[in-house]
Design a protein around this ligand. Structure first.
Ligand code: NAG
Length: 386
């Protein structure tokens, strides 16, 4: 009865548009369909430009009882709960795709759709972040929602809204939402600088709230526990700071990830999974880019430790990690969890494609315990997962 069928499972394909179509896969069509999927998941008042015509307005009174406008955002899956954590992670990843592969998106005439998909999330987060230290983190309840299968246009199930505040903190959820806003700010900068600035204001406030008032969001919103239990918030704090650094180049965020590298596990955790719950590999690869770009300065030693863990992730996925590899099916699909495994294979493929590009730009190779791996080989591996 779990509802972990998140909307973000397919978006990795965004990354793969850069890959040639020589195998006969039309990655461009896959991108188009992925973005249509996001349109089908839209909650709220739909615009005239809506392409998925069978979806109508829904959830128009979300937040009404609580006197806050929470109309909009994305439904989680086949259900109609708006879960903040996976929604924010989806928006972070969409934004990352747009940042790294904007040129391909433009060549495919998809950039407008990508930005609209991001904005459908960030416009909602702006509403949900109704005060500097208040973030509405969920609308509706999984149990009552799942009890009744119906179209969102017709739903009669409770639309209770749940919030975080200083007495009910949630550093994971607020941190991920900060990361989403910061990443979206970068994606929007060339297209709408005032919107980009607005997103950054929210990102900074949310990061401060997440960092200053520590806690697991599921302790504050217990209704989320059964569906999206977070295993910790340190990764989201580092992730938010890493994105804020990339968005602002403000050295205080880089100092944060360096000062907290050990205590928050950023340089300690060697992981084989990247997901809505576990952001460490993403942090490690993002920070590797700072080093690769030659911007490490006084922090170079710590950033090298981050990159060593990024290498661990990439080598483990690529099965070249002296036996400490990510589990795989006999036919070569990464197989991390029994439930909804595709999202883990997909997000790993995305990270490896990005890391391959970073290494390639630096004319560098991935040094694994079992072999040196060319950036191109990592890309081939990412393709194999697709
Ligand atoms: C830019 O974003 C702002 C919202 O911050 C919006 O009011 C404005 O219409 C946008 N401009 C364009 C050109 O889309």
């Amino acid at each position: 009865m779990s509802s972990r069928r998140p909307v973000f499972a397919i978006i990795f394909i965004l990354a793969l548009t850069i890959i040639d179509a020589s195998l006969g896969f039309d990655y461009g069509e896959a991108v188009d369909k992925s973005l249509l999927f996001f349109e089908a998941q839209r909650s709220g008042k739909l615009p005239g430009t809506q392409r998925v015509k069978w979806r109508g307005d829904s959830g128009l009174y979300d937040g009404y009882q609580q006197k806050v406008n929470l109309v909009g955002g994305y439904y989680d899956a086949g259900d109609h709960v708006k879960f903040g954590l996976p929604m924010a992670y989806s928006v972070t990843m969409l934004s990352w795709g747009a940042i790294e592969y904007g040129r391909s998106m433009m060549d495919l005439n998809q950039m407008g759709h990508v930005l609209n998909a991001i904005k459908w999330g960030t416009d909602y987060f702006i509403k949900a972040h109704s005060q500097p230290n208040v973030l509405w983190g969920q609308v509706a309840d999984g149990d009552s929602d799942h009890y009744c299968w119906e179209r969102p246009e017709d739903m009669t199930t409770p639309r209770t809204a749940y919030k975080l505040d200083i007495e009910h903190p949630g550093s994971d959820l607020a941190g991920e939402t900060a990361a989403a806003m910061a990443a979206a700010a970068i994606a929007f900068r060339p297209y709408n600088s005032s919107y980009s600035d607005l997103l950054l204001v929210h990102a900074k406030q949310l990061f401060w709230f997440a960092d200053r008032f520590r806690g697991l969001f599921t302790d504050s919103i217990p209704s989320a526990k059964e569906f999206y239990t977070s295993s910790g918030y340190s990764d989201e704090l580092l992730w938010a700071a890493a994105w804020l650094y990339r968005a602002t180049k403000d050295g205080s965020y880089l100092k944060y990830v360096v000062d907290n590298a050990a205590s928050m596990g950023g340089t300690g955790w060697a992981v084989k999974e990247f997901s809505w719950d576990n952001k460490y590999a993403g942090v490690q690869i993002l920070l590797s880019k700072v080093l690769i770009d030659g911007d490490g300065g006084a922090y170079t030693a710590t950033l090298k430790q981050y990159q060593a863990k990024a290498d661990y992730f990439a080598c483990a996925c690529h099965q070249k990690n002296a036996g400490y590899n990510a589990p795989m099916t006999p036919a070569g699909l990464l197989y991390l969890h029994e439930w909804n495994n595709m999202q883990y294979a997909a997000s790993a493929a995305f990270l490896l494609a990005v890391y391959s590009d970073y290494l390639s730009a630096a004319k560098s190779v991935l040094k694994c315990p079992d072999a040196n791996v060319q950036p191109q080989e990592l890309l081939v591996f990412a393709k194999s997962q697709a």
